[in-house]
Design a protein around this ligand. Structure first.
Ligand code: PMP
Length: 369
């Protein structure tokens, strides 16, 4: 293993070094095939075996029930903002919960295709809370209810998904889980569709995952581009068009890496989740006890993946970032809409990386406090 810097990018983001090393070793010749995965036909037996294993491993990790399809698509979560209402809304009404920049964007795009109702929003508190589901103004008519279960920019996470049935709604819940997929289990009894771009916890950019309950297929509006009709994609095992083959291969290596993880008695996703809890606790504790740094999100909605934080004065930001870079702590600048700093601590960020960041945070606060 080499000693690489710790990369806190929000995405595309850090990948497990073991995965990068394996991809590098297999770059010119995948398992004696004489081909790079990039050079393989997506319909050949070699790539089909890669795709099948990737799907099986993802199903295993996330305990995806048999009546859900896994679709490997392209266009990212931003394209899904349109693809989803095209497939699910039937031109009727859809309910959206706004908890940050990404869900705000989702509901805006959906308005092109259906009648959108924002049933709850945290805009009033600057995207720092999750409005309690009991206050959501859900409609009986909604074709679906959309939430962003982890707001990457604002650092707001839903630690429990809403139980729509208990709230009196029969609509399927749709979650944009781009930035925390595979960081914790998903309660499928509460979810109709989960989607996300791969470039945070899963692999390279270019791959979008859509996991959809079968009864939600087959309702696309006639204008839906054929390549984006979920039923067409499902019926063709994600090979109606050429899928992002190399990104799927790397994602498959990441799934195997997740399966190999151990943390005490725990293994696989449970080990990953325990590590994520420990990493987030270490970092938030540093901010809470520093008397120097500030965070804005209320404790119960704090994201385990994306942690925005602020120095006492913006005039210190450049010095902070320069010092961080010198210590091998990269990409800590906050999103421009929020300002300050942001540390993204996805699955592939080791505890040692968060510890190195905390050591630097404490040191910087001592020198500038
Ligand atoms: N939703 C969320 C929660 C995200 O984090 C992102 C990317 N940062 C997007 C949507 C947009 O993804 P993409 O750029 O891959 O379309």
């Amino acid at each position: 293993m080499t000693t690489r810097p710790f990369n806190f990018s929000a995405g595309p983001a850090v990948l497990p070094e073991e995965v990068l090393a394996q991809a590098a070793a297999e770059m010119l010749d995948w398992q004696g095939s004489g081909m790079s995965v990039m050079e393989m036909s997506h319909r050949g037996k070699e790539f089909i075996s890669i795709a099948r294993r990737a799907e099986a491993d993802l199903r295993d990790i996330l305990a995806i029930p048999a009546n859900y399809k896994v679709l490997f698509m392209q266009g990212g979560a931003i394209a899904e903002n349109a693809i989803l209402p095209l497939n699910l809304s039937r031109g009727g009404r859809a309910d959206y919960v706004v908890t940050g920049s990404w869900s705000l964007k989702s509901q805006k795009e959906a308005r092109k295709y259906c009648d959108v109702s924002v049933v709850a929003t945290n805009e009033g508190d600057g995207h720092t809370t999750v409005p309690s589901p009991s206050t959501w103004a859900l409609s009986n008519q909604a074709a679906y209810v959309h939430v962003c279960s982890n707001e990457t920019i604002n650092g707001v996470e839903m630690h429990e998904l809403p139980d729509l049935k208990a709230l009196g709604s029969n609509a399927p819940l749709v979650i944009d889980c781009s930035s925390h997929i595979a960081s914790r289990p998903i309660d499928w009894s509460r979810v109709g569709v989960a989607y996300g771009g791969a470039q945070k916890n899963i692999g390279p950019a270019g791959l979008t995952l859509v996991i959809i309950r079968e009864d939600l297929l087959g309702h696309a509006l006639p204008v839906t581009p054929t390549a984006f009709d979920y039923k067409v994609v499902a019926d063709n095992d994600s090979m109606y068009n050429t899928p992002p083959t190399y990104a799927m291969y790397v994602a498959g290596l990441v799934f195997q890496w997740i399966q190999r993880q151990r943390e005490g008695e725990l293994s696989g996703l449970a080990a990953i989740e325990a590590r994520n809890v420990a990493k987030a606790r270490l970092l938030y504790e540093c901010f809470d006890t520093s008397g120097f740094y500030a965070t804005k999100v209320v404790p119960e909605a704090r994201s385990r993946m994306n942690v925005p934080f602020f120095l006492p004065s913006d005039s210190l930001n450049d010095a902070f970032l320069a010092g961080a870079k010198e210590r091998g702590l990269l990409q800590l600048k906050g999103h421009k809409s929020v300002g300050g700093m942001r540390a993204s601590i996805y699955n592939a960020m080791p505890l040692a990386g968060v510890q190195a960041l905390v050591d630097y945070l404490n040191d910087f606060a001592r020198r500038h406090g």
